[in-house]
Design a protein around this ligand. Sequence first.
Ligand code: DQA
Length: 146
Amino acid sequence: MSKPIYIINGPNLNLLGTREPEIYGSQTLADIETLCRNAAKANGFKIEFLQSNIEGEIVDAIQDAGKKGVAIIINPAAYTHTSVALYDAIKAVSVPCIEVHLSQPAARESFRRRSFVSEASVGTISGFGANSYLLGLQAVFDLLKS
Ligand code: DQA
């Protein structure tokens, strides 16, 4: 059986739909999961989609992806800007990682300009709302097919 693409979501993304919709849009995380599942299926891939508010659980998910997955798409949310542990976890696994964001952090508060996760990722897609996930998936499909 083929290994899945892990799509890992960080803190507060469980609140999408009601959380600052003017910044993050009105789609829920479940809506985004459905979009990702359909896109993966149409391209012959499986996904493992998860969310946690807990940094250590996200580290565990990255390690699981390294053992049981083919690639990682991660929206690390606020841990983007703070977490050496996520940087180290991504560096420790050999599967490619693509960072995605709904908003464009570089155009927001100055504390959002630093991303520890970018420094360990193949690339970053941000600012396109839920479409950032689909663009991230397209990047993974291309990487895995090449
Ligand atoms: C976010 C951007 C982060 O700066 C923020 O902390 C989030 C969401 C995004 O998807 O736009 O929680 O990752």
